[in-house]
Structures are given as C-alpha cells and as structure tokens.
Write a protein that binds this ligand. Structure first.
Ligand SMILES: [Zn+2]
Length: 61
C-alpha cells in the first residue's frame, strides 16, 4: 500500500499542527490546520467575515 501526501509539495508532513479556532466576533468554533489558519488570518472569519487574530487560535494537542 502506498501513502499519498495531498497538498504541500516538498514538506514531509511534519507541520500538521491543528488549531482550535473560536471567533471573537461570532463565537463560532472550528478546528483548522496551519494552512487554513493562515487563510483565516489573511481573509477573516469564514463564518462572519470579520478580522481574526492569532489570539483566536489555540493549539490543539
Ligand atoms: Zn466570526
């Protein structure tokens, strides 16, 4: 059986951190991985569209 890595080319999947996101505006919660976290920081909350900050994320262990 062969494992196929989806997504980032080059990296070997060592950066698979997940974050609990809770929007400080609409209080919606979701769990995201690092690339999605960066999208949220850049584009705003997926639920209400307002700005989010790194403080809205908590590392999920
Ligand atoms: Zn929101």
């Amino acid at each position: 059986m062969r494992l196929v890595t989806i997504g980032s080319s080059g990296k070997m999947g060592s950066d698979r951190s997940r974050y609990e996101f809770e929007c400080s505006h609409c209080s919606e919660q979701t769990v995201v991985d690092a690339p999605v976290q960066e999208q949220l920081l850049g584009r705003g909350c997926i639920f209400c569209g307002r700005d989010v900050s790194e403080q809205d994320f908590e590392l999920d262990r």
